[in-house]
Design a protein around this ligand. Structure first.
Ligand SMILES: *Cc1c(COP(=O)(O)O)cnc(C)c1O
Length: 391
């Protein structure tokens, strides 16, 4: 039922499997194993001659429903769900790569992803070169004969830099490498990387897919043959999404379309207001005409998304004053929630970088990141106006 239907319909209908009770809302299957009708059926399931559930580390109907719904939304042949976004990223590397192979990754990726590539995978002989998210020539120059994976997030965190996904896919494919896109910030509602030439899409479902800050989850999506190794890693190593979390995420997907559009509308309104504010020196939001990659962003994404970054003069003291004046916004590093969050990247999410690395990356001490939620714009503006007027 998946191919001819619109995303709004897929988000509420795709992947539903009903039990013998024909429940309307999807069931949550809290069971670690499944019973076979006979010894012969057990043998057939284990040998792969017959498909069907065996053990919840491998498959669970609630998890499968989430996987199928997300696959339909991303236009992917196959989705494998994980316990977290980081588990999904690890599984991608473990499923695709071996010691001695090389990754080219954007410099502007999630902090734990940088640690995973640099410190953990480095110990197992997988090396990574970090390059600019906005300069495809750097990616081309970084390629080596053993390069197997390109890894990017677009837009990036916290500066909302936009990468040319078509260009990166072309360079990766010229060299026999695979392009994986962490699509956490856009979700398939705003951007479908597989349609732009990417081979794999990765999600931290913890963010917008849940959308209400309740559970951790992750997913990897792509063609069946690429996904085989990713699934084998899950089945063997066990970073499995729980049935409960899968069910919560399945419900999250039902409102994803409405939420992403509302987050984006609220973010554009706030970014436009910030850009006109005399105390704000710079606003970064892909939906603003002033954004350095605005045209590219609008060609790849349906809207600018929910993340806005801006800078105030006066460095850390001024930024902290603005943050501490919040009454509605939550001071937390999480994002993709119905509740707006406000963060000072230099002293939290990006504090492990040296001041020189932060300066090189453009993450100044006066930078503030807002993951715009679903509250009324007037209340969010009042929060920021209170802080900005005090500096
Ligand atoms: C949060 C996040 C991750 C990691 O996801 P977890 O579910 O926390 O493991 C990966 N990529 C991006 C872009 C994120 O924001």
């Amino acid at each position: 039922m998946t191919t001819l239907l619109q995303p709004e319909t897929l988000a509420v209908r795709a992947g539903t499997q009903r039990s013998q009770f024909n429940e309307h809302s999807e069931a949550m299957y809290l069971t670690s194993s499944f019973v076979f009708g006979s010894a012969a059926e057990a043998a057939a399931r284990f040998s792969g001659a017959e498909t069907g559930p065996i053990y919840a580390r491998f498959t669970n109907p609630s998890v499968s429903m989430f996987e199928e719904r997300l696959a339909a939304l991303e236009g992917a042949e196959r989705c494998v769900a994980f316990a977290s976004g980081m588990a999904a990223i690890l599984a991608t590397v473990m499923g695709l790569m071996k010691a001695g192979e090389h990754v080219v990754a954007s410099r502007s990726i999630f902090g734990s992803t940088v640690q995973l590539f640099s410190n953990i995978l480095g110990r197992f002989g997988v090396t990574t070169t970090f390059v600019s998210p906005t300069d495809p020539a750097e990616w081309r120059a970084a390629v080596r004969p053993d390069t197997r994976l390109f890894f990017v997030e677009s837009p990036s965190n916290p500066l909302t830099e936009v990468s040319d996904l078509r260009a990166l896919a072309a360079i990766a494919h010229e060299h026999g490498a695979v392009l994986a896109v962490d699509n956490c910030f856009c979700t398939p509602i705003l951007q479908r990387p597989l349609e732009l030439g990417a081979d794999l899409v990765i999600h931290s479902a913890t963010k917008y897919l849940d959308g209400q800050g309740r559970v951790l989850g992750g997913a990897v999506l792509g063609e069946k043959n690429l996904m085989e190794g990713v699934y084998t890693f899950l089945r063997t190593a066990g970073p499995t999404l729980s049935a409960f979390n899968a069910w919560v995420l399945l419900k999250g997907l039902e409102t994803l379309n409405l939420r992403m559009r509302a987050h984006s509308e609220n973010a554009l309104e706030l970014a436009t207001w910030l850009e006109a504010h005399p105390k704000v020196s710079r606003v970064l939001y892909p939906g603003l005409a002033s954004h350095p990659q605005h045209e590219l962003a609008m060609a790849q994404q349906i809207t600018g998304g929910g993340i806005v970054a801006f800078e105030v003069a006066g460095g850390k003291d001024a930024a902290w004053k603005v943050i501490d004046a919040s009454r509605v916004m939550s001071i937390t590093a999480n994002l993709g929630d119905t509740r707006t969050t406000i963060t000072h990247p230099a002293s939290t999410t990006h504090s492990r970088m040296t001041p020189e690395q932060r300066a090189a990356a453009g993450i100044g001490d006066g930078l503030i990141r807002i993951a715009v939620g679903l509250e009324a714009g007037v209340d969010l503006r009042a929060d920021l106006a209170r802080g900005l007027d005090s500096i």
